[in-house]
Each structure stands twice: as structure tokens, then as C-alpha cells.
Write a protein that binds this ligand. Structure first.
Ligand SMILES: Cc1cc2nc3c(=O)[nH]c(=O)nc-3n(C[C@H](O)[C@H](O)[C@H](O)COP(=O)(O)OP(=O)(O)OC[C@H]3O[C@@H](n4cnc5c(N)ncnc54)[C@H](O)[C@@H]3O)c2cc1C
Length: 289
């Protein structure tokens, strides 16, 4: 498909660790964005369907046929993309799923079998260390491990990264090859949190990439942007998930119009992406979210 949406089929699954399932998908036409943390929307079949209905792209918007149950969408990272080598060989994509209770994606991965069908959107990423950064500080929880794995594996020779990965226990550790130098510390429940990790480093000449639970990421962003006043290209923080997301969403819906209005005013005044994010975060904080 040339519209940035790709039907995909499960080729195989395996446990990377007890709480991380790797699903290998076969697909055609996907092109990597090149960013090590590239992520995409995954389309899961609606209840009662065997494969997801992918939308038409009309003037840049996704439009679904009428009367058909829409697929469920979740965001995942391209852990590895391998172009096929010959005419008979399909392109493959590895996607690593954290096992957790509830939801759609995690239980889908737990029971995925060869032949199961999903959809994949074009991917984008935010990991863009500037050339002048002398080192990288990479922090994240289990959901960020697929991106962390790629960042470490794609580190250019002669560059270094200090990595903190927060996981459920020693059995969740993974090994990554690299041509660069990566110093990885594994954090377990009861150890210091990711915001504290960032505060303990002098990151003024570093590039910082942080991803994981949304509240921790908001705290890290606030510290880097407002306390340290790092330039916008000096860091990337990404909220990947929230605990009790259903309750958070219910409360967010109550304040969403106000939050969106605040962000819109900032944008109309010429505010850039970071200023709009500041406004969004401030509005959420004011609402106790
Ligand atoms: C850019 C980006 C990249 C991501 N890449 C990955 C990835 O490669 N691998 C990966 O596993 N996740 C990744 N995530 C996180 C993933 O999108 C969320 O965890 C998502 O909520 C999972 O969907 P679900 O259908 O399983 O659960 P949902 O239906 O979204 O949520 C169901 C319940 O589970 C809770 N929940 C959701 N995620 C978790 C979790 N990780 N641990 C504990 N409880 C949870 C929610 O609070 C909710 O109560 C990424 C997110 C983003 C934004």
C-alpha cells in the first residue's frame, strides 16, 4: 500500500523475557523512518473480526467505510525492521509487547499465532541526538526497552550512552550489541525513579532521551526544560502509558475542552511545539491529572 498503511501477518512469536513478548510480522512496502525510537499505530481487529479494517486516506485523514466496526489502535515501537532479501522473502518487523493486565494489545500479543492479521501505519520517531552532543543519557521503563534496544544497537562507533532501564526484576534484563559504548544500569521496584536518575547527572552537554510512564516523563521534561533550560533539541521526553488509563481518560474528558482551548490560544499566538506542550502540561496539572 502506498498510503502509509500496511496489512501485516504474524509470522511467529516468542518470549524475549517472561514479561516481554516479541511478535514478528510479515509485511510489504513499509519504509523505516530511520529514527531509532520509531513508533507506529498498530490496528487490531474489532471484536468479532478476524482482521482489522484499514481506513482510506482522504485528504490526509483516515476515513473508515460506513457500517463496519472500526479497528482498535495502539502505539508500538519498531524493535527491528528487516527488509526481505529475495523475491520469495517478505519484509519482517519485530514488535515487543510488555505483558500487563487488561487492554487490547497486550492480550492480543499473548495469544497471537502465525496467520493472525493486524495493520501497521507509517512510523515516526523523536530520537535525534545533535552531532555536537558529547554523550547520551537514555532512560525508560519496560515499554521503552524496544526503543532503548535499538538506540543502543544503532549507537555509532566512538559515541557513548549512559542507559537506565526500569524493569520488574532481574529476569527482565536484555542484552544489546553495540558498536558504541553503552553503560546500562537496570533499575528494579524500590530503586530510585527515573526523574531522580536524570537529576543525578550533569546533562548540560548531553542529549537526553526519556520514555515511559507519563507522570514520570512530565516530571523529567519539566526539569530539563524549565529548571535546566535545555534547548528543545537537547532532549526528547515521551509519555508512553498511564496506570489506570480508563479513569484518567474519564477525568480528562471533563476538562478536555478547556485544555484544548488553552493550547489553541498558545498556537494562535505563534507558540512552538514545546510551548504548546508546556501549556498542555500546565493545564493537566491544574486539573490534578
Ligand atoms: C510512542 C510509543 C511507543 C510505545 N512502544 C511500546 C512498545 O514497543 N512496547 C510496549 O509494550 N508498549 C509500548 N508503548 C506503550 C503502549 O502503547 C501502552 O502500554 C498501551 O496502553 C498498551 O495498550 P493495551 O491495549 O495493552 O492497554 P490499554 O487498553 O491501553 O490499557 C489497559 C489497562 O492497562 C494499563 N496499562 C497500559 N499499559 C501498561 C503497561 N505497560 N504496564 C502496566 N499497565 C499498563 C492501563 O492503565 C489500563 O488500565 C508505546 C507507547 C507510545 C506512545
Amino acid at each position: 500500500m502506498s498510503n502509509g498503511l500496511f496489512p501485516a501477518e504474524v509470522i511467529g512469536t516468542r518470549h524475549v523475557t517472561p514479561l516481554m513478548i516479541r511478535v514478528t510480522l510479515g509485511l510489504d512496502g513499509y519504509v523505516s523512518s530511520g529514527a531509532a525510537d520509531e513508533y507506529f499505530k498498530m490496528f487490531f481487529p474489532a471484536e468479532g473480526q478476524r482482521e482489522p479494517v484499514l481506513p482510506e486516506v482522504v485528504e490526509g485523514r483516515w476515513v473508515y467505510p460506513e457500517g463496519v466496526p472500526e479497528p482498535v489502535l495502539r502505539t508500538y515501537t519498531v524493535r527491528r525492521f528487516t527488509p526481505g532479501t529475495g523475491e520469495m522473502d517478505v519484509d519482517t518487523m519485530d514488535v515487543d509487547f510488555v505483558v500487563h493486565e487488561g487492554g487490547v494489545a497486550a492480550p492480543w500479543a499473548m495469544r497471537a499465532r502465525p496467520g493472525d492479521r493486524v495493520g501497521v501505519s507509517a512510523a515516526h520517531g523523536l530520537h535525534r541526538p545533535p552531532r555536537e552532543a558529547s554523550w547520551q543519557l537514555i532512560v525508560g521503563d519496560a515499554t521503552a526497552l524496544p526503543a532503548i534496544g535499538r538506540i543502543v544497537e544503532e549507537l555509532p562507533a566512538g559515541t557513548s550512552a549512559t542507559v537506565y532501564a526500569q524493569v520488574a526484576g532481574p529476569a527482565e534484563r536484555q542484552e544489546f550489541d553495540t558498536r558504541g559504548q553503552a553503560d546500562i544500569t537496570w533499575l528494579y521496584p524500590g530503586d530510585i525513579g527515573l526523574p531522580e536518575v536524570v537529576r543525578r547527572h550533569d546533562v548540560r552537554d548531553a542529549y537526553v532521551w526519556a520514555a515511559g510512564e507519563a507522570a514520570a516523563m512530565r516530571a523529567i521534561r519539566k526539569y530539563l526544560r524549565h529548571d535546566l533550560r535545555l534547548p528543545a533539541d537537547g532532549f526528547a521526553t515521551l509519555g508512553y502509558w498511564r496506570p489506570a488509563a480508563e479513569e484518567w481518560q474519564r477525568r480528562f474528558e471533563q476538562v478536555a475542552p478547556d485544555v484544548r482551548a488553552r493550547v489553541a490560544v498558545t498556537r494562535e499566538r505563534g507558540g512552538d511545539t514545546e510551548q504548546c506542550q508546556d501549556e498542555f502540561d500546565a493545564a493537566l496539572e491544574a486539573a490534578g491529572l
